[in-house]
Ligand binder design. Structure first.
Ligand code: FAD
Length: 272
C-alpha cells in the first residue's frame, strides 16, 4: 500500500503543466483529484517516475456557456457538476450522474477530466459523455485538438490522449431532446456500477459492458427503425463483451443491461 518512489512537481499554469509533462516524457503522469491514480500507485499497478500535479489550476475549473455549448473545465469536480445550476438546467443527465459517483469524499476530489482520462469502463461519466455526444479539447506536445467522445475511448484504461497531452475542456451541445435517464445498478449506494445506462434522446451508452464505455448501437438502431422501448431494450447486450467477475457473470450483466435499458428508455420518454 505504499507507492514506489516518484518525483512530485506542482504546476501553476497549464503552460507549466505541459512543459513539466514534456520533460517527464512517457514516465510522467498528471495528477488531478488523485482518486484513481493514487490507489493504482499504492497497489503499484501504476509506477510513474514523475507526477505533475494539476489539481490547483483554477483556469481548468469552470462550467460556462460558450457558443451554443456547455463548456466544462477538466478540473470541475463531480460535486461541482452535481450542484451546478447551469449543468442541472441544461444537462440534467450529467448533473444527476455526477451526483451518483462514489461517496461525498470522492465527489469533492474526483474530477470529470480525471474520470474521462482514466477511462475505467466501470466509471459513470465516460458513458454519460458518449450519450451526450461530448467533444474533448486537449493541449499537448503537438498542439491543441478536439476529439469526439466516440473516438476517445480506445481500450481498457486506454484513450486517444498521447503522453503529455492534457485534457482541458469537455464541450457539450445543449441536447435537442429533453428526454434523459441514468440507471446505475449497484450492490450498495456508494459502489461502482455493476452495469449502468445513460440515455439522452436517441443516444444510449452502457457502463461496464465491455473494455470501454460503449454506445448501445443495436438499441439505437432499433429505436431508429421505430421499435418501442421494450423491443429496443431486448437488444441491449448485442455486440457487447461484459466482464465475468465476482460482481456477476457475463449472462447476469447482459440481463441487467436489457432491464436497465428498458427502464432508462421509459423514463427518458416520460421526460421528453
Ligand atoms: P486522478 O486519479 O488524478 O487521475 C486519473 C488518471 O487520469 C491519471 O492517469 C491521470 O494522469 C489522468 N488525468 C487526470 N486528469 C487529466 C487531465 N486533465 N488530462 C489528462 N490526463 C488526466 N468513479 C465513478 O465513475 N463511479 C463511482 O461510483 C466511483 N466510485 C469511486 C469510489 C472510490 C472509493 C474511489 C476512490 C473512486 C471512485 N470513482 C468512481 C473514481 C472517481 O470518480 C475518480 O475521481 C475519477 O475516476 C478520477 O478522477 P481524478 O480527478 O481523481 O483523477
Amino acid at each position: 500500500m505504499i507507492p514506489a518512489p516518484f518525483t512530485y512537481k506542482r504546476a501553476s499554469s497549464v503552460e507549466e503543466a505541459l512543459n513539466l509533462a514534456a520533460q517527464a516524457g512517457e514516465d510522467g503522469k498528471f495528477l488531478a483529484g488523485g482518486h484513481s491514480l493514487m490507489p493504482l500507485m499504492k497497489l503499484r499497478l501504476a509506477v510513474p517516475e514523475t507526477i505533475v500535479d494539476i489539481g490547483r489550476l483554477g483556469e481548468l475549473s469552470y462550467v460556462r456557456e460558450d457558443d451554443g455549448h456547455i463548456a466544462v473545465g477538466a478540473l470541475a469536480t463531480h460535486d461541482e457538476l452535481a450542484r451546478s445550476g447551469l449543468v442541472g438546467s441544461k444537462l440534467p443527465l450529467l448533473a444527476h450522474a455526477a451526483g451518483q459517483v462514489g461517496d461525498p469524499q470522492v465527489r469533492h476530489c474526483g474530477t470529470i477530466g480525471g474520470s474521462l482520462a482514466h477511462a475505467d469502463p466501470a466509471a459513470d461519466l465516460p458513458a454519460v459523455a458518449l450519450a451526450l455526444g461530448a467533444t474533448f479539447r486537449t493541449r499537448g506536445p503537438s498542439g491543441s485538438r478536439e476529439i469526439v467522445a466516440d473516438d476517445f475511448f480506445l481500450g481498457l484504461f486506454e484513450t486517444a490522449l498521447q503522453p503529455g497531452e492534457l485534457l482541458t475542456e469537455i464541450r457539450i451541445r445543449k441536447p435537442q431532446s429533453a428526454g434523459w435517464s441514468f440507471q446505475k445498478f449497484t450492490k450498495r449506494g456508494i459502489d461502482w456500477a455493476i452495469v449502468g445506462v445513460a440515455v439522452q434522446g436517441a443516444n444510449v451508452a452502457l457502463v461496464n459492458m465491455g473494455a470501454t464505455p460503449v454506445r448501445a448501437a443495436a438499441v439505437e438502431g432499433a429505436l431508429a427503425s421505430g421499435m418501442g422501448p421494450s423491443q429496443a431494450a431486448a437488444h441491449a447486450a448485442d455486440g457487447t463483451s461484459p466482464p465475468d467477475d465476482l460482481n456477476g457473470p457475463r449472462a447476469y450483466r447482459e440481463h441487467l443491461a436489457r432491464v436497465l435499458v428498458r427502464r432508462a428508455l421509459e423514463e427518458s420518454a416520460a421526460r421528453a
